[in-house]
Design a protein around this ligand. Structure first.
Ligand SMILES: [Zn+2]
Length: 322
């Protein structure tokens, strides 16, 4: 087998599309639903074209960073008006997202010509900090402000989507403050962003990231700032080390993060929440239900970690005995 990263002939191993360490942070999400292939499977999502040297040695520094990064900021849930200060290493963050995008593109058997020798060398070499392509990275915080608990849609804590939809205008066109009626926009147009080759959206529980791959520097510079004004995602800048992330979802797209609504779409959607005029607040009930569900998740997690410890212990014992 020819390794997808180093190009050498080697024994094939299973490379996780999303780092195993990140998957292990959420053992309660034990089924994988591949939206693109329309498949549900219980095993972890992998791609089998990476040699052991790349998978178990050369690329591990990226996985280590990814696990720490997600664990530090996105395991917990945030309030709707949050300002989350996130420290980052741009070089490692970009490597993490490029690697996931490359892995997923191969798993989907897409054209991977974009991920050329320069990109692969960038990923394989820890010391290589010169990003070979024109990319933009945006981040936001996913907060459930809908009436539906998160688990009702299948516990989508980890999600990755190629080419999410960038709406040209808000999902909600109008709401009637007298009747509470919400009128969605008909004929919603997607913004076909010039110079954007493709993009990926990654959801790590409460953290949502978009990486955009541009045809050239000119297009990147032309649209990068416009996009951060138009959408509720904050541009993560290469020459900085921290960013304040804010909520990027509303009641209507929290469960379908691949639909990226414009910034003013958030205030439109939030306003409809305040139109609920019964004594029973559906968001309050959602929060209560979610809390109950989280107790169950805690049990699943603890069980997983306990059995992992046990396996480790047994292994240690076996080594001693031999
Ligand atoms: Zn290799």
């Amino acid at each position: 087998m020819i390794c997808a990263y180093c190009g050498k002939n080697g024994k094939k191993t299973s490379e996780h599309i999303i780092s195993r360490g990140v998957l292990e942070l959420f053992p309660e999400c034990n089924y994988t639903y591949n939206n693109n292939l329309k498949k549900v499977y219980q095993s972890e999502p992998v791609v089998n074209d990476v040699c052991s040297d790349c998978n178990n040695k050369k690329l591990t520094y990226i996985d280590a960073y990814a696990t720490e990064f997600v664990k530090e900021y996105f395991m917990k849930d945030y309030e709707p008006n949050c300002n989350v200060l996130v420290n980052y290493d741009y070089n490692l963050l970009s490597k993490m997202l490029i690697k996931y995008a490359f892995n997923d593109s191969r798993a989907l058997k897409k054209n991977i010509s974009y991920f050329d020798e320069e990109v692969k060398s960038f990923l394989l070499n820890k010391e290589n900090t010169l990003i070979p392509k024109n990319i933009s990275i945006y981040g936001g915080i996913a907060v459930n402000t809908s009436a539906y608990p998160s688990f009702m849609f299948g516990n989508k804590k980890l999600l990755w989507i190629c080419n999410p939809v960038f709406l040209e205008n808000s999902l909600i066109r109008y709401y009637d403050t007298e009747t509470g009626q919400v009128i969605p926009r008909e004929n919603l147009e997607n913004w076909d962003i010039k110079g954007l080759q493709f993009s990926y959206l990654f959801k790590f529980n409460s953290g949502q990231f978009i990486i955009m791959f541009w045809t050239d520097k000119e297009m990147q510079q032309k649209y990068e700032k416009v996009i951060s004004l138009m959408y509720p995602y904050t541009l993560i800048e290469p020459n900085k080390t921290n960013v304040i992330l804010q909520r990027c979802t509303h009641a209507y797209n929290f469960h379908i993060p691949e639909i990226i609504d414009v910034s003013w779409g958030i205030s439109m959607a939030d306003a409809t929440n305040s139109l609920v005029r019964t004594d029973i607040n559906p968001i309050f009930i959602q929060k209560k239900l979610n809390e109950e569900w989280e107790k169950y998740e805690e049990v699943v997690r603890n069980k997983y970690f306990a059995s992992k410890e046990e396996r480790k212990h047994k292994k240690k014992h076996r080594h001693k005995g031999s």
